[in-house]
Each structure stands twice: as C-alpha cells, then as structure tokens.
Design a protein around this ligand. Structure first.
Ligand SMILES: [Ca+2]
Ligand SMILES: [Ca+2]
Length: 141
C-alpha cells in the first residue's frame, strides 16, 4: 500500500469519525444556552444516540436554535420569545430566561420543561413565568 493510499484511508476514517460523533459540536453549542439542565442534549436532539453531524436529529427547538435567521447557534431574545414546540410556553419560559438576555431568571436553577418537546409545560406556569419575565424587564431598565 502506498503512502498516498494510506493517507487517503486515514482521511476517510477521520471523516467517518467526525460524522458519527455529534457530541463534540453539541457540548459547545449547549453552553450557549443560559441553562441546559436537566434536558441537556434533549433540548436540541430527538435522539442523540442516532444523531450524526450529517443528520443531527434535531428537535423543533434545535432547528430554530441553529437556523441562521432565528438563533444562528446563539441564545437571544427573539429565540426566547418563540414557542418552538408549540406547547404554549415560550422557549425562554421553558429554559428559565424569559427575556433571552443570557442570564437565568432570578431563583431559577433548572429548566422548567423542554423547549423541544411539546406538551411538557402547563399554561399556568407559562403565565406565572411570563409575568415574572415582564417584571424582570421593568426592573432591568
Ligand atoms: Ca414551548
Ligand atoms: Ca416544551
């Protein structure tokens, strides 16, 4: 086997490894969220065990987070005010940063529900958190 063939095979092997292991990329992206516990990878991935770089198996929130016109891999107020999964709670309410300023809302220590999973939040908690977010905004002026 020539050096050229060996180099080519190593290149192909490296490509396959990169395509098969999304965790390297997602850990860095996960840190962009103000809070990512307890859902961690499940915020953005439907099934991280089958996700690859080529097919990351994204949730609707993951699609919005990575969309260049919405999140562009960054947490922001526009993304916080969306309800990606359509369950009645904004992404900010579910993650714990209502206004999307990148700082966790006062007293919040974990996500109340998953922004990528429909049906896991109650409208009652949404209104309570929405009110809290509006109060927070008034005091941050
Ligand atoms: Ca939601
Ligand atoms: Ca949800």
């Amino acid at each position: 086997m020539s050096i050229r063939q060996t180099t080519g095979r190593i290149g192909v092997l490296m490509m396959l490894l990169l395509l098969a292991t999304p965790a390297w990329a997602t850990d860095e992206l996960m840190q962009q969220l103000p809070l990512h516990v307890p859902f961690r990878c499940d915020n953005c991935h439907l099934d991280v065990s089958i996700a690859t770089l080529a097919d990351p198996s994204l949730t609707v929130f993951g699609l919005d987070f990575t969309d260049p016109d919405i999140g562009d891999n960054t947490w922001n107020s526009y993304l916080a005010n969306l309800d990606s999964d359509g369950d009645g709670c904004t992404n900010g309410a579910e993650i714990g940063d209502m206004d999307g300023n990148g700082r966790v809302d006062n007293g919040v220590v974990q996500e109340s529900s998953n922004p990528g999973l429909d049906g896991d939040c109650s409208s009652t908690s949404f209104f309570e958190e929405r009110t809290w977010g509006e109060l927070k905004t008034m005091f941050n002026r």
